[in-house]
Design a protein around this ligand. Structure first.
Ligand code: PMP
Length: 412
């Protein structure tokens, strides 16, 4: 094992805390991972790997928390962005790229009739609930307990700067419990504008949960019977389960779907797509931002979607992800350790079955990082098209060694 140190990361963090509140904000703060045994600052990336500021190399399964779906520094996407850059990006008006991308989104998502573009996931989840409120003229929003829909005040899991009113119209129910959902709708009869759900449940600090058989069908029925807009928050899973949206993979059709992360392979882009019946309401909501129409990122999104289609990247990621999931389970068992492997193969997560305090996960992830791979202890992982068999095999070798360390420290 080559010596991994995080000295520069730690020094840079100290520097950052002097001029940036908390040094690194949100879930990229070291406290969210394993302080001291995880990198804090990145330098460059290539394919499925990146290097941190200390020069340590990693096979990456976090991929910027999802956006890098093809690979870091992916030539075709950067070329498309560069081509647009030469012509200009932030104009007084949108460019033809906006129309082309909207046409592309409507083409790939079978039930969608229109598309809009923002920059971050929260832009479009918030926009979607506004459309639902405008369309239904109702107030309440229902989400699953523990789900993440962004950093805006109606849905942030954070604490600072919030007032009770921010959450007042937002209700929640237990994922997969359609009866609880229906009861909640009944208790708020005539006042529920939208149900917003991720395709499957992927909370942080917990195992992932796939939809129970019939759950999505029940949700759809409840929405139809009560004039509620069904919003699929595909910000995290979009473009990793099915090119037509995660609903195609899991068997549901929402009224609006939100995308971000993987849509432009790391260029900051998000999109909401929706049904015709909501188009008028969508046009009434004032949806704008200085950079919403900037063309470089839109060109990158177009190129990313075309490349995902041309390469069958999702199929490849499924194969690699399955290899990783099955390999990890087998390696853990060979050490007498029980692990939970949850989520779809392209967005896997692993926890240790007999603990609730993440100490095994943190030791495991820290040791894995020191050997050259990023398997986050508290957040789901991601596969990219650039992960090849050799990367998975190397990761499994690293994991094997690190399971041994966990076994030695904790016994089982
Ligand atoms: N919804 C989901 C499911 C997400 O995973 C995220 C980001 N992690 C968001 C919404 C918010 O996206 P953003 O951070 O780009 O605003």
């Amino acid at each position: 094992m080559s010596e991994y140190s995080f000295d520069k990361s730690v020094d840079m963090f100290t520097r950052a805390t002097k001029v940036i509140p908390s040094g690194i904000s949100g879930n990229k703060n070291p406290a969210f991972a394993v302080p001291g045994t995880f990198p804090y600052f990145a330098e460059r990336g290539e394919g499925c790997k990146y290097w941190d500021v200390d020069g340590n190399e990693y096979i990456d399964y976090l991929l910027g928390y999802g956006p890098i779906v093809l690979g870091y520094n992916y030539k075709k996407i950067d070329e498309a962005a560069d081509k647009q850059k030469k012509m200009g990006s932030a104009f007084n008006h949108p460019t033809e790229r906006s129309v082309e991308l909207a046409e592309k989104m409507v083409e790939i998502v079978p039930w969608a009739d229109w598309a809009v573009f923002g920059r971050n996931g929260s832009d479009v989840t918030t926009y979607s609930i506004q459309i639902a409120r405008e369309y239904t003229q109702k107030r309440k929003i229902i989400m699953a307990k523990g789900a993440y829909h962004g950093s805006h005040s109606w849905c942030t899991p954070g604490h600072g700067g919030l007032i009770d009113e921010d959450y007042r119209q937002v209700l929640s129910f237990t994922w997969n419990d359609a009866t609880e959902l229906e009861d909640l709708v009944k208790a708020n009869e005539g006042d529920v504008a939208a149900i917003i759900l991720t395709p499957y449940h992927h909370p942080a600090f917990a195992d992932q949960v796939m939809p129970a058989p019939g759950f999505w069908a029940d949700v759809r029925r409840i929405c139809d019977e009560n004039d509620i807009v069904l919003i699929a928050d595909d910000v995290r899973a979009g473009f990793r389960l099915d090119i037509g949206g995660s609903g195609e993979y899991l068997g549901y059709k929402p009224d609006i779907a939100c995308y971000c992360k993987a849509i432009a392979n790391g260029y900051c882009m998000s999109s909401a797509v929706g049904r015709d019946k909501l188009k008028n309401a969508a046009s009434k909501v004032f949806f704008t931002g200085t950079y919403y129409t900037s063309a470089i990122e839109i060109a990158a999104a177009l190129a990313t979607i075309e490349e995902l289609q041309a390469t069958n990247a999702i199929e490849h990621m499924m194969k690699m992800g399955t290899m990783l999931q099955e390999g990890l389970k087998a390696k853990a068992e060979s050490h007498g350790l029980q692990v939970n492997i949850t989520g779809p193969p392209t967005i896997p997560y692993m926890s240790f079955s007999n603990e609730s305090n993440f100490r095994r996960s943190q030791l495991f992830s820290g040791e894995v990082a020191k050997r050259g791979a990023i398997l986050h202890p508290h957040h789901n992982w991601f596969l990219s098209y650039s992960h090849k068999e050799a990367d998975i095999l190397k990761t499994l070798d690293i994991a094997d060694e690190c399971f041994g360390i966990v076994k030695k420290e904790f016994g089982s």
